[in-house]
Design a protein. Sequence first.
Length: 432
Amino acid sequence: MTRIFVCVFITYFSFHLTAQKNDSVKKPTRFSFEYSIGYQRQSMTELNRYYIDSFAAKMGVFTKHIHPGTYRNLSFIYRPSRFWSVGMNYKTDQAHIENESEIFSIDQSGNVIDTLPVFNKLSSKNSGLGVLFQFHWNTLLSHFNHSTLWENLQISSTVGLSYNLSVLTIQSKIPMWNVTDRDHLHSDLWGASLQLKASYPIARFGNSKLRAGFNLGYQWTKSDSIQFSTGDPWLVGGTYPIKANYSGMNCGVSLTYEIGDRDMHTSKKGSAANALFIDIFGQALYGTLGYDRILNHKSNGMNHSISAGVLFLNQFPWTYLRVFAIPLSYNLLIDFQRNKNLPHKLELGIGVSGLNLKSEENNYSITESFVYPSLRVGYRYHSMENGLFFRATFTPVLPGFTFAADYSTFGEAAIFGQKIMPWAGLSIGKTF
């Protein structure tokens, strides 16, 4: 279902990307959307050594290490030069192991009266939002060899930096008693990656292309000590803190929808001052469905806009968490081409958000509310002729208020427990 949604979403907005009306100055530009899937090896050295080998294997809970997994990656890339590109991506790594063990039912005299099967599952999931830089080697090679091969075969290397949230889930289920015990262990971590990619066009649609590719790379991502969702540290045997290590080689296949070179011109003053968009992470932290309105869209000077959004997640994608958020913001839009009212703009903004979180685990519930300000600095593409809305911004979270059942505080950046928290967001939608 996720793959179908991604394909429909990309195809829909590609038809509107060229809706911007132009006069006629030729200038190359290229946007691309990439979805990839493949194998991701996870090191998990400390988890395997201090939990599985020293405890779980001896108790018969798990009998093998957690190493191989899969990854999924969605990227948006902007190519301002023939030689290099920049972009943002959202990547998830998942792995799990399962095993069946036994527990014994004992009477008051200590005699075993029954043996019950227990189904155990250990799952790991790492989700990261990152920025990336690509260098296109085929462009360099085409200077030395003018073969048409280098016009179609694209070879690139990518360096990325990401902020990640890791969740380990340990689940034990006794079907006969209809009892399930589930623990969630959390950590946040920074990561880096290096990847090589080769792709070749398999279909063409006017000035757009669909490419199939192969990726090979390595990621470095290791957390601090993982904790329960209540904030308590997780220690095995009271001695060794466990860290989640998702570092390892990866390889996979990709599909890239690429909007090729096209004319970029001074735009006519259209009337598409409104935009509906989906925000990935960003001001509301978890994402949002948003609306933006440019207040003076006919002006050739700086534009002013206001944005509002809403988000409600009920135990999805985290089964233990409910999220409700409302972000509001004011934005100043500065034209890159000095008052020509082109779709490419520098966006500066300030906003305030309300966020409510409710987590439930093992019949224990925690509800917290946050009100916090944030800043916005980044790039916006806003077609004034019923076209594409795209935004990639840096959205640091500033100190705000925290409210819970038994306390209230001021001075922390929402859920992060710090004074200021670097954050970023990616928005895509349609203007009208």
